[in-house]
Write a protein that binds this ligand. Structure first.
Ligand code: CTP
Ligand code: ZN
Length: 140
């Protein structure tokens, strides 16, 4: 397997469901960073069969809402001085602001420039969120 070195300082997002790594990469805008970032895809994993993994060599503020929405089972490892400092587990967010789009074509949020539209979790199993304007249910 490809050997990717341990990092000195930064964030390792581990246990990403395979196929979701690139989506997380784009949504967190990691392509806009000047720091070292690696995306590993389809790594063999005992627990998951296959997984994706992202290493970011900087201490940026992660948007846990986006991460939790895309991959609630991922693990976020915070590394400092070459050592693991914190291991964070994620949750499906109860409220999502400004990421989801309402799938109702007649919803006001699809006509007017509504920023920060809010969605509320209504079915965790199906990852269904409800638009605060029209109550239509949407998934990612
Ligand atoms: N890691 C890293 N640089 C470090 C420390 C850790 O890149 N200085 C990476 C490891 O390679 C691993 C992840 O961070 O991918 C989590 O590290 P660790 O908790 O030591 O690994 P595991 O025990 O396998 O994690 P888990 O129990 O969550 O599966
Ligand atoms: Zn709506």
């Amino acid at each position: 397997m490809i050997n990717v070195s341990k990092i000195k300082k930064g964030i390792v997002i581990d246990h990403i469901e395979y196929g979701h790594g690139y989506r997380i990469f784009k949504q967190l805008k990691l392509d806009e960073l000047d720091d070292v970032v690696v995306l590993l895809r389809n790594i063999p994993s005992n627990k998951m069969g296959k997984k994706d993994l992202i290493k970011i060599e900087t201490d940026l503020e992660l948007n846990f809402n986006i991460l939790g929405l895309i991959d609630p089972n991922a693990t976020v490892n915070i590394v400092e001085n070459g050592e693991l400092k914190e291991k964070i587990t994620l949750n499906l967010p109860k409220r999502v602001i400004g990421i989801l789009k309402c799938k109702n074509p007649r919803c006001i949020t699809n006509f007017e420039n509504v920023t920060d539209m809010q969605f509320e979790l209504v079915d965790a199993k199906r990852k269904e969120y409800q638009c605060e304007y029209c109550n239509t249910r949407t998934t990612l």
